[in-house]
Design a protein around this ligand. Structure first.
Ligand code: SF4
Length: 247
């Protein structure tokens, strides 16, 4: 299936929205004007792009169906673990029709080590059945249709639309994006849905996909949860390190 170019939405429109001087509380104890935030976000995006010039989804896949299935499996689980399992899964069930006809116990056996294997196998088979029954076995390229499939939430749909179809319908907020966006003072929210809305407001739409990928790389390599490596972080100059000790 051909990749699509991201739908264009004017970054300028978003920039002009952020041109007032109202003080905005990015997080308790950290405030900046919208103009300051706009400048800082621009710097963060530039530094992240320099650090990680080429980014792509860490879940191994060869087509939209495989990415959709892998993303469902990645809930509450690392991409590395998912990547160990999916070659076996896709060898046995190479198409949505194969997976739709699978026995639940057989799928559970393959994905057992990923956790939540009952729910995930139900979602996988349900998703594949939905593709076969409603989409001729193809993965739809709209958020509206994707989230109708069993086990496919907004986050999963955003991953597939962004990473396969190149359509930025939202910002994927995983555990790294959630944590680092708060440290960077880009949101004071905790729920992924609300964080996504904050990020959508302050990021140019053409950056929605890559910003998420880049924060995930940063979160794995430098801004790790147990001890962020601030002294080696290229974002230190632009990061208020919200919630971290000052010493
Ligand atoms: S400066 Fe520290 S807290 Fe901020 S993004 Fe870098 S590692 Fe994370």
């Amino acid at each position: 299936m051909p990749k699509r170019k991201p739908a264009a939405r004017s970054a300028q429109r978003l920039k002009s929205k952020a041109s007032t001087t109202r003080k905005v509380p990015a997080s308790p104890g950290f405030t900046e004007t919208e103009q300051e935030q706009t400048r800082r976000v621009r710097s963060i995006l530039r530094v992240l792009k320099k650090k990680y010039p080429v980014v792509e989804c860490a879940l191994k896949h060869k087509n939209a169906y495989e990415l959709l299935a892998a993303t469902i499996l990645s809930a509450q689980c690392t991409d590395v673990r998912v990547n160990r399992i999916t070659p076996v899964l896709f060898k046995k069930y190479p198409t949505p029709a194969d997976l739709a006809g699978a026995k639940q116990a057989a799928v559970e056996k393959i994905i057992h080590s990923l956790g939540f294997f009952r729910a995930k196998s139900t979602s996988l088979i349900g998703m594949a059945t939905g593709l076969v029954e409603s989409h001729h076995g193809e993965v739809p390229d709209s958020l509206e249709e994707l989230i109708k499939l069993p086990g496919v939430g907004r986050k999963t749909a955003n991953v597939v639309l962004g990473s396969w179809f190149g359509i930025p319908t939202g910002v994927v907020v995983d555990t790294h994006v959630r944590r680092i966006s708060r440290l960077l003072g880009l949101t004071e929210n905790k729920q992924p849905e609300k964080i996504e809305q904050d990020l959508i407001t302050i990021l140019p739409q053409k950056q929605w996909i890559d910003f998420s990928h880049r924060l995930i790389f940063l979160g794995r390599e430098i801004c790790v949860a147990r001890k962020p490596g601030c002294t080696e972080c290229p974002l230190l100059k632009y990061c208020p390190r919200v919630g971290l000790p000052t010493k």
